[in-house]
Design a protein around this ligand. Structure first.
Ligand code: HEC
Length: 132
């Protein structure tokens, strides 16, 4: 019965249900404004407080050349960890919960659809910063 009620709620909110499966890059661009004090993306992306995020979806942890990462991200890199969508979702909901001691001081995006949107936005950029 509970399950049925949940399905009915999701059906009543088609926008929300689809946002959770597939983010909206245009909304993600707005959310990225909270990231871009510390991160850049695109053809002229440079290191800021954090590394550029070109091609980050599918990129190995801690792999931007010349950026000095925390021990936590360096260890993840050594273990072969990759920023796939599920891992990014965890990271963006609270970086410290995933990597204690990270240098990324960010409380996290509490709403799943905000995380999906920003991931969809970032997914558009390849490693060189071209929009796919
Ligand atoms: C206050 C600055 C700040 C903000 C705001 C911030 N970040 Fe970060 N971010 C960092 C720093 C610093 C690192 C490096 C972390 C480390 O080495 O532990 C980082 C690392 C990352 C990484 C890992 C990159 C890699 O090469 O392994 C991702 C992905 C990321 N941030 C995404 C985001 C997104 C998306 C947002 C916005 C929702 C955001 N960050 C907001 C500072 C920030």
């Amino acid at each position: 019965m509970k399950r049925f009620a949940l399905a009915a709620t999701l059906l009543a909110l088609p926008g929300l249900a689809s946002a959770q499966q597939k983010g909206d890059p245009a909304k993600g661009e707005q959310i990225f404004k909270t990231c871009n004090i510390c991160h850049s993306v695109g053809l002229d992306a440079k290191v800021k407080v954090g590394p550029p995020l070109n091609g980050v979806v599918g990129r190995p942890w801690g792999s931007w050349p010349g950026y000095t990462y925390s021990k936590g991200l360096e260890e993840g890199k050594a273990q072969g960890k990759v920023w796939d969508e599920a891992t990014l979702d965890k990271w963006l909901s609270g970086p410290r919960a995933l990597v204690p001691g990270t240098k990324m001081i960010f409380p996290g995006l509490k709403q799943p659809e905000q995380r999906a949107d920003v991931i969809a936005y970032l997914k558009q950029f390849d490693i060189k910063g071209n929009k796919k």
